[in-house]
Design a protein around this ligand. Structure first.
Ligand SMILES: [Zn+2]
Ligand SMILES: [Zn+2]
Length: 272
């Protein structure tokens, strides 16, 4: 059976016994659940959860109710030459497949980083769509499969002007999707938590570990911002429902990077 880690939601390659541990949760960017490593599987999840498919600031969002594991929602970018599923979630059921087929299905799946690898192989099979992952994070794939297409380098062009950008930061292969027709043609970035939309939705943040509060070095912040600099975008879609910077997002990314580096490098309180 394909065990699924209950804390990060990542599905593993088939095995008779549960895997000894979840490397993604044992990594210092994540954590093992407080009552120890727990496993589940898709059948159990389908009995206890369903997916909500609804608008999220002009994109179709897909999220699980009640929330499971990290709780991210995926986004469907509908495009002339084929739809992209941005990031992925663990729960996949017939109702979700039917709903997304009605919206044109999925031509390809692209995922920002290993915390959202979820049950990507199941999604790939259901929609006959390849999964694009940055090769720098290949060792975090827990269910290897021919559907996974690793790409390397700094960008990978998709279609209709869409581009996958390797921004790094949170993960070595940390990826964002640039969608030029987003935000009424002003451009949008789908960022997962590589550029993490802050709770006030006017700023973003950058972390090595969010749950364990580990910041990134200033040079790594510069790298993330430089990677997206050549692209025009007015909006950033974050990783959870409604966690988006609705407008002026490029300026928000710049001022967020400056503020963050000021906090890192300052020797005095910022509260003055
Ligand atoms: Zn895990
Ligand atoms: Zn993450």
């Amino acid at each position: 059976m394909n065990f699924i880690c209950a804390t990060c939601g990542v599905q593993f390659a088939p095995s008779v016994e549960a895997p000894p541990s979840c490397p993604i949760c044992e990594d210092e960017r994540q954590y093992v659940g407080w009552s120890g490593q727990r496993w589940t599987d898709l059948d159990e999840l389908r009995r206890k959860h369903r997916n909500e498919v609804r608008d999220d600031l002009g994109l179709v969002g897909i999220g699980t109710e009640p929330a499971f594991a990290i709780g991210q929602r995926a986004l469907l970018v509908q495009s002339l030459e084929g739809n992209v599923l941005w990031d992925c979630i663990t729960v996949l059921d017939d109702a979700t497949v039917a709903a997304l087929r009605k919206l044109g299905g999925i031509r390809a799946i692209a995922i920002s980083h290993p915390h959202y690898y979820s049950s990507m192989v199941e999604w790939s099979r259901a929609f006959d769509a390849p999964v694009f992952l940055h090769s720098a994070d290949s060792r975090w794939v827990m269910r290897p499969d021919p559907c996974i297409e690793f790409w390397s380098g700094e960008t990978r062009t998709l279609w209709d002007g869409m581009t996958l950008i390797r921004a790094g930061g949170h993960f070595e292969g940390g990826t964002v999707l640039h969608w030029p027709s987003g935000s009424d043609g002003r451009g949008a970035l789908l960022s997962g938590d590589i550029l993490m939309v802050a709770q006030d939705r006017r700023w973003v943040s950058f972390m090595y570990s969010f749950p364990n509060y580990l910041p990134l070095p200033a040079a790594e912040i510069d790298r993330v911002v430089a990677a997206v600099e050549p692209f025009e975008f007015d909006r950033i879609y974050g990783a959870w429902w409604d966690r988006n910077v609705a407008s002026d997002a490029k300026a928000a990314a710049h001022r967020s990077a400056e503020r963050y580096k000021r906090a890192l490098l300052s020797t005095r309180s910022l509260d003055r």
